[in-house]
Design a protein around this ligand. Structure first.
Ligand SMILES: C[S@@+](CC[C@H](N)C(=O)[O-])C[C@H]1O[C@@H](n2cnc3c(N)ncnc32)[C@H](O)[C@@H]1O
Length: 253
């Protein structure tokens, strides 16, 4: 049976590429549809931020390929991932592309679907539990809360504010009145916090960093937005982490 939110498209090859959003790391947060796709896979291309523990339960004949991208370090080129997906599917295999969180939230899942479709390879997408919401949640922080925050914005902090390639309007976010959730922002956290305060956000606004969410090593650092970068650094907390800025970050402490 096909999951309700699952999206499928037809291709010419005999194989199939299934993008599985694996959730933030704990296999218990992998969806039933994701588990079913893994159980039927011939080949799995996996990321390091996904539920890697789930790979241990796969039958021996299943080929597992590590295509992790280490931030600012060793990584598998995106084109190589496309090539592998297409090659395996064209050989008639059921390919699972297992990712952390949700494939379409900073997961390059859209690019992989496009590459497969351009090659005539059939794809389907199984949504996952994104860290943008689940990491705060696992620290007791709701990204929205009646009377506190009427919305949230998820942004990448990979490119620092003020960088020529940055397209994020940090001052607009500072004035937005909604919760700001930053992924991939640890390296640039002090610049991000500074940009928000320069944009008009009260320096006393609560903030929290949730690192290693859904793992036994999960850690949470809470401080004002003005102090969060320094506090996180002092606590030795780094990537992978999600930073939440806004009144909701004071909840669940
Ligand atoms: C390339 S993005 C992938 C996001 C993923 N597709 C999702 O929906 O969660 C990687 C970033 O996600 C966040 N992240 C992923 N897993 C995490 C975890 N277990 N704990 C905290 N942050 C996590 C971090 O901000 C990390 O730098």
């Amino acid at each position: 049976m096909r999951a309700r939110n699952e999206r499928a498209s037809k291709g010419e090859g005999t194989g199939l590429v299934t993008l599985v959003g694996g959730g933030p790391s704990d296999p218990a947060l992998l969806t039933l549809a994701g588990q079913a796709a893994l159980a039927e896979a011939d080949v799995v291309l996996a990321d390091r931020l996904g539920p890697v523990a789930a790979l241990a339960d796969l039958p021996e004949h299943v080929e597992v390929v590590d295509v992790s991208k280490i931030p600012y370090g060793r990584s598998t080129a995106q084109e190589e991932i496309h090539r592998l997906l297409i090659e395996h599917a064209r050989a008639g295999r059921r390919v699972v592309r297992l990712k952390g969180g949700d494939s379409f939230v900073f997961g390059r899942g859209g690019e992989e679907v496009e590459a497969c479709q351009a090659a005539g390879v059939a794809t389907r997408v199984i949504p996952g539990v994104t860290s943008a919401v689940s990491a705060p949640e696992l620290a007791g922080i709701p990204v929205t809360h009646r009377g506190v925050s009427q919305g949230f914005t998820v942004v990448s902090g990979h490119v620092p504010p003020g960088h020529p390639t940055s397209t994020v309007d940090w001052s607009a976010l500072a004035r937005s009145g909604v919760t700001v959730v930053v992924l991939m922002g640890m390296r640039n956290l002090s610049r991000i916090a500074e940009a928000l305060v320069d944009g008009g956000l009260d320096p006393a606004t609560p903030a929290a960093v949730v690192a290693d969410a859904a793992r036994p090593s999960q850690r949470v650092v809470r401080a004002t937005v003005a102090a969060i970068a320094e506090q996180a650094q002092e606590a030795g907390v780094g990537a992978p982490a999600v930073t939440v800025v806004g009144a909701v970050a004071a909840l669940g402490a």
